[in-house]
Design a protein around this ligand. Structure first.
Ligand code: SAH
Ligand code: SF4
Length: 356
């Protein structure tokens, strides 16, 4: 089976290099080519002896994902469909932030699985079923794809942000159903010797898997966590986010409170505004009571309609009334425009949002 460089754990590249009778510093050179200079091929690594490059190429490959289709939205969001070695496709997105809107940011939205087993009703990925977990290498390779993209397309990057500054796990899949690979990928994305993005600029989004929320609260790396809530009561959440039947709101909120206590970090809650389903002022009041006293922030996201068209986005007036009620209840809250609305058609669920 082909071994990919992005799948290697710390120290493994050194082992390979030394097994080829080359000095240890060659491993650092190779890493720099892959993670800092975004090389596509061994041929680009011109300061390495050709014989070494050949021997290395026989042992490891550089990239496991191939782009098959790329689309750009009017707001500058770019989505790519990437093919895995066995021919599955996953999506990954790049979001740019308008110059002047705070610190320059170039954010990528990563997939963690091919499909998703959780089956949320409003989610295109959830309705496609589950195929398999992505490997750590496939997750990291999405970031490298975007690093190369940003380097090659200077017009498509956030002003002053000529490399990827933020990573969110909000693409296809449930990251907590693939904890080990996601965590290995995060370590590589965070490592100064590899991708080098600060832990605080990495956010995991989950549908609410209690054991993994607790596990994350114990990790040393202070990555951000967003909980996809979408409903203020069990009856509705059982339907919209079926994993709620396993981890109902009482247990989820208990885990969130424990996470806040142990990690000392703020939590984000994602709440898709679905017209006539979860967007009433009364539901906003329930949500405010559910989150009372927590160090948290709510992102309200007008839904992207999926192909089946059953769920419509709430009108902006309704969203604003919901927001006002939450704020009356003392909850921090932002209304996020979904990005890339005009290119969502055709695959997964490009909704490309980001947490604060
Ligand atoms: N499985 C994880 C992460 C991937 S989904 C999770 O559910 O959190 C990332 C985000 O996209 C979630 O908040 C999810 O609820 C949201 N999402 C799914 N379908 C959407 C749609 N049709 N419109 C807007 N956001 C959607
Ligand atoms: Fe899976 Fe997240 Fe989609 Fe739900 S919203 S089906 S958890 S990817």
């Amino acid at each position: 089976m082909t071994k990919y460089i992005t799948d290697l754990k710390p120290g493994e590249l050194i082992q390979i290099v030394t097994s080829l009778q080359e000095p240890v510093y060659r491993a650092r050179q190779v890493s720099a080519w892959v993670y800092q200079k975004y090389a596509r091929t061994f041929a680009e690594m011109t300061d390495l002896p050709a014989s070494f490059r050949e021997k290395l190429a026989a042992k490891i490959s550089l990239h496991c994902l191939e782009p098959v289709n790329e689309i750009k939205a009017l707001d500058g969001t770019v989505k790519v469909l990437l093919k895995t070695p066995e021919g599955s496709t996953i999506e990954s997105a790049l979001m740019l932030y308008a110059p002047g809107a705070g610190r320059p940011r170039t954010t990528v939205c990563l997939s963690s699985q091919v499909g998703c087993v959780i089956g949320c009703l409003f989610c295109a990925t959830g309705q496609q079923g589950f195929i398999r977990n992505l490997t750590a290498g496939e997750i990291v390779d999405q970031v490298l794809y975007w690093q190369r993209y940003v380097k090659d397309n200077p017009n498509d990057r956030g002003e002053g942000a000529d490399h990827i500054t933020n990573v969110v796990f909000m693409g296809m899949g449930e990251p907590f159903m693939n904890y080990a690979a996601v965590w290995q990928a995060i370590e590589s994305i965070n490592s100064p010797e590899e991708v080098g993005i600060g832990a605080r600029n990495i956010t995991i989004s989950t549908a609410g898997l209690v054991p993994e929320i607790l596990k994350l609260s114990q990790e040393k790396l202070q990555v951000g966590l967003a909980i996809s809530l979408h409903a203020p009561d069990n009856a509705l959440r059982d339907k919209l986010v079926p994993v709620n039947r396993k981890y109902p709101l009482e247990r989820l909120m208990q885990a969130c409170r424990e996470y806040l206590l142990k990690s000392g970090r703020r939590l984000s809650f994602e709440y898709i505004m679905l017209k006539g389903i979860n967007d009433s002022v009364a539901q906003a009041g329930m949500l405010a009571r559910l989150l009372a006293g927590m160090n948290c922030h709510v992102n309200l996201i007008p839904a992207n309609t999926t192909d089946k068209g059953k769920y419509q986005p709430s009108p902006m007036l309704v969203v604003r009334a919901f927001q006002a009620e939450l704020e009356r209840g003392g909850i921090n809250c932002t209304v996020r425009q979904s990005r890339g609305q005009d290119i969502k058609a055709g695959c997964g669920q490009l909704k490309s949002r980001f947490t604060q």
